[in-house]
Design a protein around this ligand. Structure first.
Ligand code: PXP
Length: 250
């Protein structure tokens, strides 16, 4: 069964818009995480950015206390955050690139260029009992390098697919090339023994087309669920996404 990790960063984004630096305020990403779990999601994902633009340190510690499914900490391969992760011990970390000016994580990691440093972090995390995922584009060389780091998972970056997806065209228009890259990437990763997650830009509409990609274990979805929750509430938004995910055949 395809699993759903809900990314709750955007809940914190709304809170920080009003309560930056205050140390409390609404909406609370931890309360949102509880609702997501009550609705049946399989994991909670939060990105502790170096600039702390949305999720704060206190959020991740509180999440560690209350999350009953799986805590996935998205993070840069940066010394300060690595130390926090090693103490926090989420079930899994997803290493992502971070650039200060981006609105959200825009591109995948360059694993080829950073193979040595990523391998080192992978070892430290695994030694602490934390699994490791690398957020990468569906690129042959990046996937091969990800396997060499010894990581357990990759998360395929679906941002380009989502960007090019036109509902009227389904998978048969501009998104087709990117979809084929994702299919080939998932096959390559699977053949190298990597488990395959996917995320970024996925929503209630483009999801069905993504199901052509084989071997998917988990999707990490944030923006579309949090947006939908504004209208229908967090639990219903998560339940609707879980229902849409029933269509995946692997
Ligand atoms: N996966 C990763 C690695 C991400 O950086 C993000 C965005 O924070 C997501 C998934 C979720 O993307 P979205 O909010 O577009 O669903």
């Amino acid at each position: 069964m395809l699993k759903l990790g809900v990314n709750i960063d955007h809940v914190a984004t709304v809170r920080e818009a009003r309560y930056r630096g205050v140390g409390h305020g609404e909406p609370d990403p931890v309360a949102a995480a509880r609702l997501c779990e009550a609705a049946g999601c399989h994991g909670i994902t939060a990105h502790l950015r170096e600039d702390r633009r949305h999720i704060q340190d206190r959020d991740v510690w509180k999440l560690r206390e209350v999350v009953r499914t799986r805590l996935n900490l998205e993070m840069a391969n940066a010394p300060e955050i690595i130390e926090i992760a090693l103490r926090l011990k989420p079930e899994i970390v997803c290493l992502v690139p971070e650039r200060r000016l981006e609105v959200t994580t825009e591109g995948g990691l360059d694993v080829v260029a950073a193979e040595k440093a990523l391998t080192e972090t992978r070892k430290r995390m695994n030694d602490a009992g934390v699994e490791v995922s690398l957020f990468i584009a569906p690129d042959t060389n990046q996937i091969a390098a990800a396997a060499r780091t010894g990581s357990q998972f990759i998360e395929l970056h679906t941002g380009k697919f989502a960007e090019e997806f036109q509902p009227a065209e389904g998978g048969n228009g501009r998104a087709r090339t990117e979809l084929q890259r994702l299919v080939a990437g998932a096959q390559q990763a699977h053949s190298l023994g990597l488990k395959v997650n996917a995320g970024h830009g996925l929503n209630y509409i483009n999801l069905a087309t993504l199901y052509q990609v084989p071997h998917l274990v988990e999707l990490n979805i944030g923006h579309s669920i949090v947006s939908r929750a504004v209208y229908v509430g967090m639990e219903t938004a998560v339940q609707e996404m879980l229902a849409a995910m029933q269509g995946y055949r692997g």
